[in-house]
Write a protein of this length. Structure first.
Length: 159
């Protein structure tokens, strides 16, 4: 099973990749670095990945689903209402490919602000996430090193 870690500021969200072409493209492009943009209760950021719409692409997603927005080559994570949402839904501007599911609470994204750096790196398997603080700290250092490979400021701008 493939897992990623999305980190922005003090926020870290683990996610499990689904078996989709978009997930495969994103996995191959790791590490991915970007600059946070927000739209209502949605965080999105540009990626070096391009991908067509998949047959099951949709505009409305569930909390915890991580999507790819082909119109902007961006990863989009909704955690609540967007400006065009109808009551109780997470609605994007156009169809997106759902390619991962968050393991951690995406409400943490309330603490992420436009312009912050965001990284997506490969995470270790489930057993590693269940270990003690010393191992987790070592993993965080490893992820920081992976994120350092991302060129600063190259992936920015509106998605």
């Amino acid at each position: 099973m493939r897992h990623i870690l999305i980190r922005a500021g003090s926020v870290a969200i683990r996610a499990r990749l689904l078996a989709t072409p978009t997930a495969d493209r994103i996995w191959q492009a790791l590490p991915i670095c970007g600059s946070v943009q927000t739209w209502g209760k949605e965080v999105y950021f540009r990626t070096p990945v391009s991908q067509d719409l998949e047959p099951d692409a949709r505009v409305v997603v569930s909390k915890g689903e991580i999507a790819f927005w082909p119109d902007g080559d961006a990863i989009a994570i909704g955690f609540g209402a967007t400006p065009i949402a109808k009551r109780g839904e997470i609605r994007f501007t156009s169809k997106c490919n759902v390619w991962a599911v968050a393991i951690d609470d995406v409400d943490q994204l309330k603490g992420v602000y436009p312009g912050e750096d965001i990284t997506v790196v490969e995470a270790d398997d489930d057993e590693d996430w269940m270990t003690g603080p010393q191992v987790r700290d070592a993993r965080r250092a490893q992820h920081a090193m992976q994120a350092a490979m991302c060129p600063s400021g190259e992936e920015g701008g509106p998605a």
